[in-house]
Design a protein around this ligand. Structure first.
Ligand code: NAP
Length: 365
């Protein structure tokens, strides 16, 4: 078993989850973390995830195989100068940021000799902080790597092998391609979700009928509008050109739909919806992508006293934990009156089999 030495700057949702995964897969690794709050460091020490916690870059950063920059991007950049004396020929410097252009430029300017491989695990959550980190967040998730020019092919291959051993799926892209692709499948969808919710918020009647029936499907499809406002403000300002190109592409399509509806052009609407449906259905499922995945199912129940309690009991006797359970009053987007959300795919699948065995009709997708 390899005995790596690894340091983290920032041990929140992403840094904490990567550190937990490393601890699980490489129990002998020496893990050092720099973090702002003491509480996080104390928890990580108590959990046995890190061996050493600090608030400053100090001698514990010497001789690292990997240094992960996993604080917000500007914070990561503010530490680069101080890292200079601690980087050796064998140290791979990496990050976890959602936008790659800015960090590549900063590393190039401040640490031109660093062996820097940008990294972006395609995994996350609307929640933040070490308290929400877990050891399976990056499992089965694409992990985009953006090597800088200083890095050799061997170093890239070794880092890909390391990421693969964490059970993530490495994908090498240039920083430029990364920022365009993620603008389309992550950054712009957040803006669309924020806009959809804002449309309801600002056009609702005084009785708030829209808000009332938005429960269920509408809330599900706009889930990412609950993401951290500070993080998304930063992402939008770090990747403005790409996001603006894609907002423009999106608006062109909205205007096209508007024209079809204005002209009562049913055949073009139908053709577009059909093509889009086929394309969407061809998107591979089962892996984690750019947006956090939910593990949920819908199930038909008779609306009578104790119906939810019965289901909760059946699932708990099988050791299945639920994240959320509730009756859906607006079923425009899905079948089944009861919506249940789980923490992972295995729990969802076991729940689906268990409930079917008990005679319930389950709608998994
Ligand atoms: P997070 O949960 O808020 O964690 C940030 C961590 O950085 C916290 O532990 C925080 O310490 C620490 N930190 C903040 N300012 C600091 C400072 N001045 N000095 C030292 N430590 C500091 O954020 P995250 O979601 O993990 O995001 C981290 C990076 O991952 C970002 O670059 C983000 O773009 C990227 N990313 C996020 C997601 C996602 O879905 N969230 C997905 C992929 C990539 P405290 O304990 O004091 O708060």
């Amino acid at each position: 078993m390899e005995k790596f030495k690894i340091a983290f700057i920032g041990l929140g949702l992403i840094g904490g989850s990567i550190a937990m995964r490393i601890r699980k897969k490489f129990p002998d690794a020496e893990i050092v973390a720099l973090n702002r709050s003491d509480a996080t460091l104390k928890s990580a020490l108590a959990d046995g995830i890190i061996n050493n916690g600090t608030h400053e870059i100090d001698d514990s950063f010497r001789n690292c195989d990997y240094i992960f920059l996993s604080a917000p991007v500007d914070t990561n950049i503010s530490f680069l100068e101080k890292l200079k004396p601690f980087l050796t020929e064998k140290t791979i410097l990496t990050d976890a940021g959602s936008v790659k252009g800015k960090i590549h430029k900063a590393v190039n300017d401040i640490l031109p000799d660093a062996h820097f491989i940008g990294g972006h695990p395609m995994a996350g959550s609307e929640k933040s902080g070490y308290a929400n980190a877990n050891d399976h967040l990056i499992e089965n998730a694409y992990y985009i790597l953006t090597p800088s020019d200083n890095v050799t092919d061997d170093e890239v291959e070794n880092y890909k092998a390391f990421v693969t051993k964490l059970d993530s799926i490495p994908l090498v892209l240039s920083p430029k391609d990364h920022d365009y692709v993620t603008a389309a499948v992550s950054h712009m969808p957040h803006i669309v979700a924020y806009s959809l919710v804002q449309t309801v918020m600002e056009t609702d009647s005084p009785e708030e009928y829209m808000k009332m029936i938005a429960a269920g499907g509408f809330k599900d499809i706009t889930r990412i509008a609950s993401s951290d406002a500070t993080m998304w403000e930063q992402i939008c300002l770090e990747n403005p050109e790409n996001i603006r190109i894609l907002i423009d592409e999106f608006m062109q399509r909205m205007r096209r739909f508007d024209d079809f509806i204005k002209d009562a052009n049913g055949s073009e609407l139908h053709k577009s919806f059909d093509e889009i449906k086929n394309y969407r259905n061809s998107i591979r499922d089962g892996r984690k992508g750019a947006l956090p995945k939910i593990y949920d199912l819908h199930c038909d129940i008779i609306d009578e006293a104790g119906a939810i309690a019965t289901i909760a009991t059946i699932l708990s006797t099988q050791g299945i934990s639920m994240k959320n359970i509730g009756i859906i009053h607006n079923r425009t987007y899905e079948q089944g009156a009861l919506h249940i959300e789980f923490y992972d795919e295995a729990s969802k699948s076991k729940a689906s089999q268990t409930l079917s065995r008990h005679g319930y009709t389950v709608f998994p997708d």
